[in-house]
Ligand binder design. Structure first.
Ligand code: SAH
Ligand code: SF4
Ligand code: F3S
Length: 443
């Protein structure tokens, strides 16, 4: 009956901010909306509802959304019935304050309340502003087939939430307790994607390597092995892993399967044990470097990337230098580097944010400069090498070129052949590089 309801033909436009989990969540909420009779559209102009799937991780992520809301006022002026909604982490963190402070917002729904979004839109259409922000201990949306726009690359969310409570981080508050999907449901989804011809799957979670299937007792290494076996022709990646849970078994499993990509994102955050303690990360620099050693031993060509926070409370020049040393010692292929941003309700918020902004910026720039130099050197060594890549999309700069990724997650730009299409498996030879990109030729 749902489809005969007049309001159920509404067009919904969703904008996504933040991490891959959010992009995956947008596919889930889109699917929920379609199942309730709504349509998903790609531009805001003809939308009956505009939803922003938001991020809270740093202050500037939230500021971006407040600015976007100012922009959206003009759409509301044109169409008084337009519904504007905030989904995701910022909805969860700011809750009813969002409705009180942002008059333009009609609905607020946290990451575990996506099933209520169709009803919240209906309510808003009839003038009732609504909020749903309960966190769940069990919701994994494992019964919902995400609305995937590519037929080649898939995000697959295997767990939700985080129990680590790193002292600077809002994620455990915005996404709630950690819970894993069953191995069976993940493998079933992989089999479906395999049968549809997908080429690459990224298993997603805030801390994927603490995955635990309660029923079978399977851990992340077991899940990864089961995935690789279920679809030998698909390449598997995963994001994000935590150094504490980077077990020998996981590294061994990765090394055993050709279709598990040799790429690990392993956030270090700081190179100082004192700061790591204050961050409540649960490992020492020595433990971290031990994991890197094991990875390089078993998978010599494996590429590694990281996250780093500059200017955490009490960080001294000495601590900062220690971070630079770790960056140098590991030799990261890539890194996401951030200035510390104090977040209300986190444990670190009680510490004085005592590194002056100018100093944070200086340290961050030093980190970025060193990292770019290392990435440039590593990428330079790629010249002359052969890689198999999966064609991803036309290059943004030049329509005659395409980009794809190596097994090691490096972006390769190459002149396309007539008829190059998404998903093509291509052998390329690298002939040029920068710190962020390789340039190659199909051979
Ligand atoms: N679950 C993932 C990452 C979550 S957030 C993990 O633990 O690796 C992504 C990155 O944002 C973090 O790794 C951290 O480097 C950064 N980050 C999180 N909170 C931050 C804050 N308050 N200030 C600055 N950077 C932060
Ligand atoms: Fe945040 Fe730490 Fe959890 Fe990552 S592991 S999401 S940094 S609390
Ligand atoms: Fe941001 Fe939430 Fe992801 S805070 S980084 S969108 S988990």
């Amino acid at each position: 009956m749902a489809n005969t309801n007049k309001h159920r033909k509404d067009n919904i436009y969703i904008e996504t901010y933040g991490c891959q989990m959010n992009f995956s969540d947008t596919e889930i909420v889109s699917s929920i909306l379609i199942n309730s009779g709504f349509s998903i559209i790609n531009t805001p102009e003809d939308a009956d509802a505009i939803l922003l799937n938001t991020c809270s991780v740093r202050d500037n992520a939230e500021r971006k959304i407040h600015e976007r809301l100012i922009h959206l006022k003009r759409y509301k002026k044109q169409n008084k019935n337009l519904v504007i909604g905030i989904l995701g982490c910022m909805a969860e963190r700011l809750r009813k304050n969002l409705l009180e402070e942002e008059r333009i917002v009609d609905l607020v729904a946290g990451p575990d309340e996506f099933r209520k979004v169709p009803q919240l839109i209906e309510d808003a259409r009839t003038g009732t502003r609504g909020i749903a922000v309960k966190l769940s201990r069990v919701e994994t949306y494992s019964d919902i087939e995400p609305l995937r726009t590519s037929g080649v690359f898939a995000w697959l969310s295997i767990m939700r939430g985080c129990d680590n409570f790193c002292s600077y981080c809002v994620v455990p508050y915005t996404r709630g307790r950690e819970r894993s999907r069953s191995l069976e449901s993940v493998v079933q989804e992989i089999e479906k994607l395999r049968d549809k011809g997908f080429r690459e799957i990224t298993l997603l979670g805030q801390n994927v390597n603490s995955y635990k299937d309660k029923q079978s007792g399977a851990d992340f290494a077991d899940l990864l092995a089961a995935s690789a076996k279920a679809a030998p022709e698909i390449r598997f990646r995963y994001m994000t892993s935590h150094p504490v849970d980077m077990s020998d078994k996981l590294i061994e499993t990765m090394s055993e399967y050709d279709n598990i990509c040799k790429y690990i994102h392993l956030p270090v955050q700081s190179g100082s044990n004192r700061i790591l303690d204050l961050m409540l990360r649960g490992y020492s620099v020595e433990h971290y470097l031990g994991r890197i050693k094991k990875i390089k031993e078993l998978m010599p060509g494996c590429s590694i990337s990281t996250d780093i926070i500059a200017g955490f409370p009490t960080e001294t020049e000495e601590d900062h230098k220690a971070t630079l040393r770790v960056i140098e010692e590991v030799g990261y292929d890539g890194a996401f580097m951030f200035k510390y941003s104090p977040r209300e309700h986190t444990k670190a918020f009680a510490l004085e944010d005592d590194v002056p902004d100018k100093e944070k910026v200086r340290r961050l720039n030093e980190i970025i400069e060193l990292q770019h130099k290392i990435a440039r050197e590593l990428n330079n060594k790629e010249i002359g090498r052969l890689h198999t890549i999966v064609a991803e999309s036309p290059s943004k700069k030049n329509p005659l070129e395409w980009m794809g990724r190596t097994d090691t997650n490096k972006v390769v730009v190459f002149p396309s052949l007539n008829g190059t299409k998404e998903g093509d498996l291509l052998n390329v030879k690298i002939h040029g590089s920068t710190s962020a990109t390789l340039f190659g030729e199909i051979i």
